[in-house]
Design a binder for this molecule. Structure first.
Ligand code: GCW
Length: 673
């Protein structure tokens, strides 16, 4: 009987542990923790967390004394800190908390600590949740919303609070300090008292972790929930409605962050419905928020059905408004001019608006990169964007510098990432998708970090080597670096390029299947559909060639880039291969730099993508001894699907394009993979 009970207990415990695997993210409790003494003269809820984290996570010298000091050191910016092995100095308690997480990270990764000052690149480091009030998540692949639900929507349970707290902690550990908690396709209902009360409850849990709460608002709210006849931003009753609403919000949430707005985009209402401009709309909201220090993040994701080239529209609409926005408005621009594709050149808006703060919006959720099924480490994509030179103020005017206040004076600097978080046990659907949440936070903190370092840190924290005492093998930790860290890191760093290869190589874009954006769909073009919502609009394939002509002879999108880029992009001979079909329509037998024809080059890229994923599978199969079985198997399964998806992508795209190229598939594609 006793044995039976023990057996049941064992199975149950194993089951629970298995179910939890991955839930701890990169914040896994360690067996190496030792006692530490902490000196801190102040006490706030945030400092209490800092202390607790140190106590739970200290892996330095046993019984060492760590001092947490709040000072007025002018070299330390808001949220920044000074770090030594035994001291964290900051000007705010949030700075102390970030310093503590950094200290613990250094201990865990083995990276040394000099006496150093770390200041964040951006003052506001946001996650944007596209969470609907009914609990679904737009472009979410990790389960339902952690914030909203359909049943009992206004009951706040202990489970809710625990999850919000774990979420806030994970954010704080990588420096994220703002969350916009509802979809940019915003329901006006979010501003009704019941939802504002729930928002208040969420804000209360996020606050001690330094995470401010923001809301996405619907521009028609005054009419829809306020009962006004209009939502015209210049109408006095509308202005008063927003002012009163903002007063109401700040009474509930005194440190509320502000509004995120998607207006006159994809059917959302906006100031243009009333003949007003984006500036009129944004400024009206900004004025209501000014007394409280709140901000407006106004999205530049706009394009209309009658535009000849969607890639040009944000620039065309927004650049003429430069200088017309209040100083608490930031224009939020997606990294590329179209829409979160596996690869796009940077949006020409970066650096072009010189009198208006501009922030980058990255997409952490993998809408166009295989959802939470494909392994795609997006850090390399974001690094590529941040390090792109816009030349707007001469060489070295990178996107990073155009947005972080180092080139243009701006009251607020910010960055946003569209969250990939849901109720899934492992938060992100794919264990490796957690690395994208992590990488986004790290780059938001330091826009000069390299993906290699980020991947290294993440692996060390998420899949730490087991200690010899737990495995009984002293070899375990020693060969971990060579047999686990190095190959897994290589796989991560290559993964986004693999996706580009098997989905949209050489500058192809938006050829995903309709709506879902998961598999291939270059052929999809129903008769009555808006052309710019169908793939043929983007690839322009025909017997005369493939690619979108954005040269001076075509849509002239190249001209939105500063020289020398405009000239470089305009000429296929100097245009980087990776953007070739983004800017050019070229014949199938066009001679590439490699000596191959364009058709052969396209084939070679699709082939390479598959081989890369096959290699990822081999890499992963070999690391089995180093990973718990639950995560090992889950990832192995996902890689298997990714590989068959890559094959589908290749077959579908090559067969589709071949009807135009009329050229044979090169022999090397015939070998089995
Ligand atoms: O990428 C597209 C998505 C929409 C999204 C939109 C946007 C929130 O397909 O789902 O809507 O972009 O960014 O507003």
């Amino acid at each position: 009987m006793k044995t039976l009970l023990l057996g049941i207990l064992f199975v149950f415990t194993a089951f629970v542990l298995k179910a939890q695997e991955g839930h701890e993210l990169w914040l896994r409790s360690s067996q190496k923790t030792v006692p530490v003494k902490i000196i801190c003269s102040k006490n706030t809820p945030t400092l209490a967390i800092a202390r607790q984290e140190l106590q739970q996570g200290w892996q330095g010298e046993p019984n060492a004394t760590v001092t947490l000091s709040i000072t007025k050191n002018k070299k330390i910016k808001t949220d920044g800190f000074r770090l030594t092995q035994h001291e964290v100095e900051a000007t705010t308690d949030r700075g102390i908390l970030y310093g503590v997480y950094e200290l613990l990270r250094r201990q865990q990764t083995g990276e040394g600590i000099q006496d150093e000052i770390c200041n964040p690149s951006y003052a506001i480091r946001m996650l944007n949740h596209w969470d609907n009030l009914n609990g679904t998540v737009e472009r979410g692949y990790a389960g339902m919303s952690i914030f909203w639900r359909k049943d009992d929507p206004f009951v706040v349970t202990e489970q809710d609070k625990t999850r919000w707290q774990e979420y806030a902690r994970a954010n704080a550990s990588i420096g994220i300090n703002g969350s916009s908690i509802n979809n940019v396709n915003a329901s006006p209902t979010v501003l009704t008292p019941e939802y504002l009360n729930r928002t208040k409850a969420i804000a209360a849990v996020l606050r001690p972790y330094g995470v401010k709460t923001y809301l996405s608002v619907n521009f028609s709210s005054p009419k829809v929930i306020g009962g006004l006849p209009t939502s015209d931003p210049l109408d006095p009753a509308v202005i008063k409605w927003w002012k009163d609403k903002v007063d109401e919000i700040y009474t509930l949430i005194p440190d509320f962050g502000g509004f995120l707005v998607k207006a006159n985009s994809e059917g959302q209402p906006g100031p243009q419905d009333f003949g007003r401009t984006h500036a009129d709309g944004a400024n009206m909201l900004a004025d209501a928020l000014t007394p409280y220090g709140g901000i407006v993040m106004w999205r530049a994701f706009v394009y209309s059905s009658n535009d000849k080239d969607r890639a040009k529209q944000a620039y065309t609409e927004f650049v003429p408004l430069d200088g017309q926005f209040r100083d608490n408005v930031i224009i939020q621009v997606k990294n590329g001019p179209i829409d979160f594709q596996p690869r796009e050149p940077f949006s020409p808006l970066f650096g072009a608006m010189k009198k208006t703060p501009v922030m980058t919006e990255f997409q952490v959720t993998q809408e166009y990169l295989g959802h939470s099924t494909h392994l795609a480490f997006l850090s390399t994509m974001w690094e590529e964007c941040l390090q792109s030179d816009t030349y707007q103020e001469g060489p070295g005017s990178t996107v990073a510098r155009c947005t972080d206040g180092s080139l243009y004076p701006q009251k607020y600097t910010a960055i946003a990432g569209v969250s990939n978080i849901g109720l899934d046990t492992n938060w992100c659907g794919h264990h490796f998708a957690q690395a994208n949440w992590y990488a986004y936070g790290r780059l938001a903190w330091n826009n000069n970090l390299r993906s290699e370092q980020i991947a290294d840190e993440w692996i060390r924290q998420t899949f730490p080597p087991a200690s010899p005492s737990t495995t009984g093998s002293s070899l375990y930790a020693a060969d971990w670096r060579e047999n686990f860290l190095v190959p897994v890191k290589r796989m991560m760093l290559e993964s986004r390029e693999a996706v580009v290869n098997y989905m949209t190589p050489l500058g192809l874009h938006h050829i995903m299947s309709a709506n879902g954006h998961y598999g291939p769909g270059p052929w999809w073009a129903p008769e009555k559909m808006r052309a710019d919502w169908t793939p043929p609009y983007y690839h322009q394939a025909g017997t005369n060639g493939v690619g979108f002509d954005r040269t001076k002879k075509g849509s002239d999108a190249v001209d939105q880039y500063r020289e020398p880029l405009a000239a470089q992009f305009n000429d296929p001979a100097t245009c980087p291969d990776m953007f070739l079909l983004w800017f050019h329509h070229l014949p199938w037998d066009y001679k590439m730099k490699s000596g191959r024809t364009l058709w052969e080059e396209i084939c070679a890229h699709y082939d390479k993508g598959i081989l890369q994923v096959r290699q990822f599978q081999k890499t992963w199969d070999k690391v089995q001894p180093y990973v718990d079985s639950s995560r090992f198997v889950a990832i192995q399964r996902k890689l298997r699907t990714q590989c068959s998806d890559a094959l589908v992508w290749k077959d579908a795209c090559l067969l589709y394009f071949q009807q135009f190229s009329q050229m044979p598939i090169p022999y090397y594609l015939e070998r089995p993979v």
